[in-house]
Design a protein around this ligand. Sequence first.
Ligand SMILES: [Zn+2]
Length: 382
Amino acid sequence: MPDRTRFLGRTLAVAGAAVVALATAVPAAAATAPPTVDQDVAQLYQDVVDLYNGLPASALRGVDPLINSPIPRPGPRFKAAQDPIPGCTEGSLLTYANKLAAQLTPLENKAFAALSGLSQLYVQGVASDKSPQVFGTDGQYSSRATATIDKLRGFWDIESWNIQLVAWKGTDLGSQVKMAQTFSLGLAPAKVKGAAALATKVLYEVPALQGGRHPLLTLNAFSAPADSLGGKRVALGDGLLDTVNLLGFDDVSVESVVGHEYGHQVDFAHNNYPPNESSEMGPDAYGGYFVAHAKGFAWDARTQQEVTYLDASIGDCFHSHGTPDQRKAAGAWGEKQATSQGNPNRVIPSATMIDKFQKEYPKLMPPATDQSGAATLASAHS
Ligand SMILES: [Zn+2]
């Protein structure tokens, strides 16, 4: 993605400039002068990088977010850059997220990267649904989230009691206790307290962060498998819910997104890790089946349609999570399985659903796009 490269380049250039400024400005009052905002952000970013590097090897394995955020997370990169699929236009939610990111200065971009990465580790490794979870900036989505996870646990035939649903909130970054717990996951113990204090300091030192309420900090959702950092869980970001509302899909946001993320748990339970877009389009299909099914939300045709447009809004053009058209088709296919089956109350076993989708998946990849994409991939690697 050209934009992302540009941000990284700008961020690195500024970091380099800061180092030079530091080296030349030392003599006079440096010993007693308080650190500048630039220095605070640079130090926090390094603390978060060190934290990621100190995590156990399996901590992030299998954890794939709903969208590739325009805010790059510190730590290892999972996906190589590649050219976009010709003729593809990314979904409206991605366009919106990229626009938000483009408004950030390099300093802000670095602060967002550090704090977004930190908040993701908090929700993945520290947060627990044993304390009541508050979904949405003002808790406006809590009851829908609870109803959705309850229904999903009874819907699919997988072990479900230990799948947590946790709220991903930028405002948690304001708690030194929570941030100390987070840094303890991988940072040297002697540095934990200082790093936690710095995180809460930067949160209010960089006004663009809005004290954790800027949607880009938590504009995502993810599902994590049993052997990852905090065990089986689905995380739902406040920033994602706010953005989906803004784009006009509020009616279906919580149910669709949690239905999709729970779909990853269905795949995890069957060790189904396909090495292509079906790893994302499968959960779109299972989610569609769930919301349209009589034992799920039994949503009508109009609402099912809204869900497929939400699926499309998170489609990308990088052979990553599926294009908008592919994701829309996967969701619609899942819905059709529910509405066209003989006995509306029967829920297909999850293993059967996975098989059915894997058979359908090649048909949901438009041939022209697939071929040009394959050609792009081949040239990128040669
Ligand atoms: Zn997903």
